[in-house]
Structures are given as structure tokens and as C-alpha cells.
Write a protein that binds this ligand. Sequence first.
Ligand code: MG
Ligand code: MG
Length: 258
Amino acid sequence: MVRPKTEEEIALMRENAILVSKTLAEVGKVVAPGVTTLELNRVAETYIRDHGAIPSFLGYEGFPAALCISVNDVVVHGFPSDYVLKEGDIVSVDCGTLYKGYNGDSAYTFPVGEVDAETRKLLDVTKESLYRGIEKAVDGNRIGDIGHAVQSYAESFGFSVVRELEGHGIGRQMHENPGVPNYGRPGKGPKLVSGMTICIEPMINAGVRNVYLAKNGWAVHTADHRKSAHFELTVVVRKGVPEVLSTFDFIEKPDVEF
Ligand code: MG
Ligand code: MG
């Protein structure tokens, strides 16, 4: 049984989600051809610590960095490295923070310079599939409603949904129940209850849905080495309309005061 969060807990998670969202925006400002992924990690870790939080991925089951940075055919869980980003790449940046005892977790896939039209479509469709999933995160629905919304949207463009990895509940632990798959059947799976906090994170491949694990035991690659995109937001299940705690507005609307 999943315990819904209290409003006091949600208030702390809201603060944290904003910090994660701003961290992703700070990283986005430096994404460009010629920059290493280690530099992105450095920007994020500095920003997180400067704001009194802890980068929760660092040391998580031995993960070596503050960010998961996954370029092109890497779906998720890539290590920051001395790889130099180049024009036309896409880079998924996944960020987790621990703040006042609660976890925040969001991800955004940035284009590096100009990307080709199919890649742009993959980014747009993956992000929109996340929003389609979020719409279903309302009291009385079931987990399968979310996955079905993500899957049916992404597949309608000929893209494919990674099955081996999924979203999750979040709170004092980074990964709590329930699991939130990006595929599913309407009306199936655990029931959604007001106050549940979940991360929805579609991982959508341009080609086949199959993936494999790199020899380092972390990085997940597409089997056909075509590109994969990943977007993640943290959401509170509510009656009628879900509350989205994290946001891409700091990335996409940098001129707006929030
Ligand atoms: Mg994440
Ligand atoms: Mg997550």
C-alpha cells in the first residue's frame, strides 16, 4: 500500500522540485558543441550544493556522479565523461537532489546546436508523451492509464517505448512504490490516490525498443544504436487535475520571472 504524502511533505518536495528544475536550466545554459559532459556535471553539482541540497545520485548504489548524462544512443544512466558534445547530438540530463529529507528527480533531453528533423521530432514527441501521461495522474485512475497515454502517443509517430526501465514513486526515498511503466493498459495496475507523488519519465527510442546494458553495468544503450530521448517530471496525484511539482519553464522560458 502506498502512503499518500501530507501537504507538509508536498510543500518540501515542491521546493526541492523547483531546485532540480533550476539545476537543469543551469546545465542547459552551458550545453553546446565543444563542452564535455563532465563540465555539465560540475555545473550541476556546484549549483545543488550552493543551494543547500545534496546531489542524491552521487554514490547511489555506487553511481559516480551528480548527474546521469546520456548522449544519443544512451537511454539513461550514462556517466559524465570527457566526451565532447558535438553539433547534432542530444544529451539527456537526469538530476536528483536530496533536500530537507525529501528527494527531487527530473530529466530533460537537450539538443546540442542544430539537430536533424527526425531527432527534433523524437524530442518533441517524448516530451509531449510525458505531458499526456501526466494528464492521467488523477485520483481514481490507475497506473496503466498513465503508461497507456505515453505509449499510444509515442507509438503513433512510429517511435518505441523502452520497457526495461520505468518511473516511480518518490519521497523520502528516491525510488518508492508504485513503479510507473511507460506502457500499459487503461484501467489496469495500482490505483492512483490523491497525495501520491510520482515521477513519470518516458524513455522513447527512434528505432527499436530493445536496449542492452553497457559493460560498466550502468549505461543503457539502444540495441540498434539509434537515438533515445528521456524527459521526467515529478507529479502529485490530485482530484481532477494533477499538480506538477517540477517544471521545464526555467529551461524553455528563461525570460519569464517565476
Ligand atoms: Mg531521474
Ligand atoms: Mg526518476
